[in-house]
Design a protein around this ligand. Structure first.
Ligand SMILES: Nc1ncnc2c1ncn2[C@@H]1O[C@H](COP(=O)(O)OP(=O)(O)OP(=O)(O)O)[C@@H](O)[C@H]1O
Ligand SMILES: [Mg+2]
Length: 259
């Protein structure tokens, strides 16, 4: 059965898109069928981060009832499937976010997990995305403003009877100025399932228009995303022993196609 997981936070810029892209890529790296959806209708970034913003048919064409959902699915270099959104303002005016659930249901049976990126705020667009999820991952950074907004997101999930898979704390520096993890769990009343370090490699990966988990599989943030993916799949995380290899080389060697 396909599981729909929404990556959410009403605070902007805390790492929802970065997490959606890298969690989806890491899950796909375990050989699973995954589809990543950019359900941030008004400020979509998935296509921009992945160099896939100029595609002929986007989620917006689906939500304006002009094109079938199956025509909006593309395959990235990594093999991950993605449904990008349109960055055109006129497309955004036509798209009806309230139809998101109806159309995304068509992905049932087409992937093991659908990862859905969502918009910041607490508006209708964010609620439409939350409603599509079987489970919600809440993203926060370890500061008071972000955790406060994460609490609002937790409340929205509760209001809509949505299961929260857990909290991801992003951009962790482990310095004295961060809110303690125990306090974050206490405030948000859910466990932390991953700590993603502050990692400049993410900026390098953005420059390459690649998920950091794909272009820099051994970067600290990539390792954290891969461990999270293993946890979600209930499989053991095994660290790559050949640090200089790309994930692609690693897989080829593992299956015996490369010496
Ligand atoms: N762990 C990290 N280390 C360093 N930079 C990061 C990390 N996570 C995210 N960033 C950077 O922070 C910025 C915002 O990230 P991102 O776009 O994923 O946030 P968002 O929550 O999706 O934002 P929005 O609310 O606008 O959709 C990006 O430039 C991204 O590269
Ligand atoms: Mg985003």
């Amino acid at each position: 059965m396909t599981k729909f997981i929404v990556v959410a936070s009403s605070k902007g810029g805390v790492g929802k898109t970065t997490t959606a892209i890298n969690l989806a890529t890491a899950l796909h790296g375990f050989g699973r069928e995954i589809i990543l959806v950019d359900a941030n209708i008004s400020t979509p970034n998935v296509g921009i981060y992945l160099g896939a913003s100029k595609v002929p048919i986007t989620l917006h064409d689906v939500l304006s009832a002009e094109k079938p959902l199956s025509d909006s699915i593309y395959i990235l270099r990594s093999g991950l499937k993605v449904i990008p959104a349109s960055i055109s303002i006129s497309d955004q005016k036509k798209a009806r976010h309230e139809l998101l659930g109806k159309y995304l249901q068509q992905l049932a049976g087409k992937a093991e997990i659908v990862i859905i990126d969502s918009a910041a705020g607490l508006g209708g667009e964010m609620i439409s995305a939350i409603k599509t999820g079987d489970e919600i991952i809440i993203i926060t950074t370890p500061d008071l403003a972000s955790v406060t907004d994460a609490l609002r997101t937790v409340r929205v999930c509760r209001d809509h009877n949505k299961k929260i898979l857990g909290i991801i704390v992003n951009r962790v520096r482990e310095d004295d100025f961060e809110i303690a993890k125990s306090n974050i769990e206490f405030i948000l009343e859910h466990p932390i399932i991953a700590l993603i370090p502050e990692d400049d490699t993410i900026r390098q990966a953005n420059h390459l228009k690649s998920p950091v988990t794909y272009s820099h599989p051994n970067a600290p943030s990539s390792v954290s995303y891969k461990k999270l993916a293993a946890k979600i799949l209930g499989v053991k995380y095994v660290e790559s022993i050949e640090k200089d290899d790309s994930m692609f080389d690693y897989v080829l060697k593992t299956i015996g196609l490369k010496p």
